[in-house]
Ligand binder design. Structure first.
Ligand SMILES: [Zn+2]
Length: 152
């Protein structure tokens, strides 16, 4: 949830809490200034309380946690249901999918990591239709690779 607070009001009144004036939906990116939407975390475009149920950030490991503990805490947060939306355009998503498909072939990846990459990228691929989708799905099959032609 991204709220846009009026800090000038905060400074001029000496209040400790600034009320958000607008709210930006983490799913579709629409901003609403309607006080009821702001208060409830409601998105009039999605017709859902999108801001209310999504975290601003993923849960964090305690201070002083080791590298392993940080990653372990993220795994636990995911098992507990933590999720975040992704706002991305079609070309950037294409680049991300293609890059994930390359990484997916790395011989040192565990089956668990390979499965996570595949399921995440397949969510993005499901946003495409027609020829674009066919090309992206072919990216999982090395026999479909096209020779790289460097630009001159
Ligand atoms: Zn929305």
């Amino acid at each position: 949830m991204k709220t846009n607070e009026d800090h000038s009001t905060l400074e001029s009144t000496g209040a400790t809490i600034a009320a958000p004036l607008t709210i930006t939906c983490p799913i579709c990116g629409m901003t609403s200034a309607h006080p009821m939407d702001v208060r409830a975390g409601y998105c009039p475009n999605c017709h859902d309380f999108t801001s209310a149920r999504l975290p601003k950030t993923f849960p964090e490991a305690p201070p002083g946690a080791s590298d392993v503990e940080v990653v372990t805490a993220l795994g636990q947060a995911e098992r507990d249901g933590a999720r975040a939306p992704l706002l991305v355009g079609p070309f950037t998503a294409w680049v991300m999918i293609s890059t994930l498909q390359l990484a997916w072939r790395h011989p040192n990846l565990s089956e668990d990591m390979r499965g996570r990459i595949r399921r995440g990228a397949d969510q993005l691929i499901s946003l495409y239709a027609g020829r674009a989708r066919e090309l992206l799905e072919a990216g999982w099959d090395p026999t479909q690779d096209q020779p790289f032609q460097p630009r001159r």
